[in-house]
Write a protein that binds this ligand. Sequence first.
Ligand code: TTP
Ligand code: MG
Length: 396
Amino acid sequence: MEAANQLHIIHGDLDAFFAAVEQRDNPSLLGQPVIVGGNPDSRGVVSTCSYEARLYGVKSAMPMAQAIRLCPQGIFLPVNMKLYQQVSRQVMAIMASFTPLVEQLSIDEAFLDVSGCTSLFGSAEQIAREIKRRVWQEQGLTISMGISYNKFLAKLATELGKPNGCKAISRQEIPEVLISLPVKYIWGVGEKTLKILAGMGIQTFGDLQQTSLKSLERRLGNQAHQFLQLAAGIDLRPVEADREGKSLGREITFSEDLDDREYLDNVLLDFAGQLARRLRILKMQARTITLKIRFADFRTVTRRRTIPKPSDAETVFHHTAGELIERLDLSGHKVRLIGLSLGNLCPIDDCQQGILFAEEAGAEPRELDKVLDQIRQRFGEDKITRASLMTRVKDH
Ligand code: TTP
Ligand code: MG
């Protein structure tokens, strides 16, 4: 019950995404009306434009020819989708480093449910601020963040704070925020519905709240109930991470390429511990363990193993990672990056519970992991570590 009252849903959406990437990569475009889209000669449309161009009335999906008329001094650029997809993946990876419960909605937008990881990373607001900071620092882009306790309100908070916002809507603030908001902010309300609502004299959330379900149903059919719920700030839809998105990982690029096998093994042990602990906090287990290695010449290899039963035990992940690294011929090759990720995640209730996976793998019982979790929770993340990690791996 307590979790439902806490702000635990985060929504993030990059500002003027395609145009911002172009401005980032060519600083002479900063402050300029940049318009990214198709070819005006072949009836191309605007994909997006910088906020400077928006002042002239240019919008996504508008014909390019119209954009040129509105903003003749604009800088018109073609769509470089490959680059935007690459940036998108990196931004999504930043979000996924906090929780596997990331639901990507579009190329530049996602929801996170952080209810399972606030003890590790701080409040939802702190996590949102940290994501924003990292997206700026690592990608040179501004992302607007919204925080609330359901998806609709979190997305609304993002929209209201754009650009470069970080806005929370708490339970107490809902009536005040919603009452005079235009109904176009309701998820799913498009041009057609807007017209119908206007015809009924409904302009704001407040107007909608006063409308009976019956009269709304007569005009809008079975969508009416959903609109009324949203107008009251109610949204029960869970954040649904897609299957591939359900993974958890850590990786490190070394400041100097290295071939010290023992050191690499210690890094893997550290990662296995961190990931297992995250899983236990999230009350999840994993079945697939993936090892990634990038060599000094940038050749990148991954090796993956699916274990017979889901696990959340450090020793199982470390042991499997050790087997995977054995399969790679590291001799004579220096390593630039190493990563470990867990996939095929499932909530512990859905996994076969109560099996002592670690013991089956000839490893330590899960009880030890649990005790270590409790000590870390009480005294801090770095207060306890394995002796083998003390000397080499400190701060990945
Ligand atoms: P949006 O997030 O809707 O727009 P945006 O990021 O450009 O601007 P902001 O979020 O600050 O309002 O869409 C993300 C990207 O998707 C956008 O940069 C370009 C692309 N896109 C299209 O190609 N066509 C469209 O009609 C829309 C809406 C977006
Ligand atoms: Mg955007």
